[in-house]
Design a protein around this ligand. Structure first.
Ligand SMILES: Cc1ncc(COP(=O)(O)O)c(C=O)c1O
Length: 412
């Protein structure tokens, strides 16, 4: 899918992908505001005892949140999505809706640290066992399947090392085993990857990231073409109260209008930066799908729709100290625990997003202490490259300056 519509589900939309990002659930009435207002009301009046209006109480449903759900569902040829206060609230509701004590989950080793924490520190206490596997190996996933496996959960490209999981191959394994497959598609969004078209049952999002795109609204969403799954997730949301706030849904709906433009531009810049970094002598390693080789590259090219996303990870020679000097020298890249904004952001995963993942587990998936993750924004790519260049030069010059200072100190 991507920029053309398909009729692959019973619930289909005829507009182009770009138009769906702008569309509203209902046509305009004469003189109506171009941009819908926010319905902040927590509750909705009934004209008589026993009526059953569409919206009754905003913990269950709200017109502004429903508008966002309609748009997010339409971007994957699916019924309306189910939206949550955050990405982790969405994941929690998904796992509560599918898993019981005694069930088993297969989870990719390289997923967002908060996902690992949910399985390792929360659902384990509820009697759900999780096996973490290298999901870029379909064989490893196949071997991990047990009679009590209920869910396979993967994130691709992996966070933060950008390894690729072959969604179609894992979907085949899941189908044969009678297990549901969920894909965290936060990094690529439906613009650059359509997990449901590739055979997954569920797409999971932190809409806080690229989908909002402006760092102003927390949110999460679940998209599926399986009505039973959606109904159960809506029920869990009603029971646990994790629905998204109307104001955040309104901000996110407005953010989506420019999503295709933003993410394609950010993705093109990220590719240029990754290729530029890979030629620099100060760099130890760069992780970006266009730099992969062999089968992994072929899968990325098949699976991604015209771009590999805006996230590039890399490590600098000289380890953590050089990394710190580099980050401190940057003028256009802000150090934060976040990806997906229109501004360029940089993160140190080992101390930030993946701090709760045990060191051995972090290192096993390539998250060294010196790894940095760049989320490329919409600035001019030339300006970003010159900022990164002066950062690399400063990291090396300062290293020389501090080793000269150390030598002088030692001599004294
Ligand atoms: C890939 C991915 N999934 C899920 C989450 C959780 O989302 P939220 O912060 O909205 O709870 C994050 C947050 O960084 C993420 O990067």
């Amino acid at each position: 899918m991507g920029s053309t519509s398909t009729q692959s589900s019973s619930f289909s939309y005829s507009d182009s992908f770009e138009s769906r990002c702008l569309q509203r659930a209902h046509p305009y009435k004469d003189g109506q505001a171009l941009v819908d207002g926010i319905v902040q009301s927590t509750t909705f009046a009934r004209c008589a005892v026993g009526t059953n209006p569409e919206h009754q109480y905003s913990r269950v449903s709200n017109p502004t949140v429903s508008g966002l759900e309609y748009t997010l569902g339409s971007l994957e040829d699916a019924p309306p999505a189910v939206c949550f206060a955050t990405g982790l609230a969405a994941e929690t509701a998904l796992f509560l809706s599918l898993l019981r004590a005694g069930d088993h989950v297969i989870c990719g080793r390289s997923v967002y640290g908060g996902t690992t924490r949910l399985f390792q520190q929360l659902f384990s206490e509820l009697g759900v066992e999780t096996t973490f596997v290298d999901s870029s190996s379909a064989d490893a996933v196949q071997i991990a399947v047990r009679p009590n496996t209920r869910l396979i959960f993967v994130e691709t490209p992996a966070n933060p090392t950008l390894g690729i999981t072959d969604i179609s191959a894992i979907a085949k394994i899941a189908r044969l085993a009678g297990v549901l497959l969920a894909v965290d598609n936060t990094f690529l969004t439906p613009v650059l990857q359509q997990p449901l078209d590739l055979g997954a049952d569920i797409s999971v999002y932190s809409t806080t990231k690229f989908i909002d795109g402006h760092s102003v609204a927390l949110g999460g969403s679940i998209v599926s073409r399986n009505e039973q799954v959606l109904e159960r997730i809506r029920f869990i949301r009603k029971c646990t109260g994790g629905i998204q706030a109307p104001f955040n849904a309104w901000l996110t709906t407005n953010g989506i209008k420019t999503l295709p433009l933003r993410i394609r531009a950010q993705s093109a810049s990220a590719r240029r930066i990754a290729e530029w970094l890979s030629d620099r002598h100060e760099i130890e390693g760069v992780y970006y799908p266009s730099l992969l080789k062999g089968e992994a590259k072929a899968i990325a090219e098949r699976q991604h729709l015209g771009g590999h996303g805006a996230v590039v990870s890399f490590s600098i020679k000289g380890g953590i100290e050089a990394g710190k000097r580099f980050v401190q020298s940057l003028k256009r890249c802000t150090l934060v625990e976040h990806v997906g904004s229109v501004e360029t952001l940089i993160t140190h995963p080992a101390s930030m997003t993946h701090a709760d993942v045990p060191r051995e587990q972090r290192e096993a998936v390539g998250i060294s202490d010196g790894l940095l993750r760049l989320s490329v924004g919409i600035e001019l790519v030339e300006e970003l490259i010159s900022d990164l260049e002066q950062g690399l030069v400063a990291a090396c010059l300062n290293k020389r300056a501090s080793s000269v200072a150390e030598e002088v100190c030692c001599a004294n």
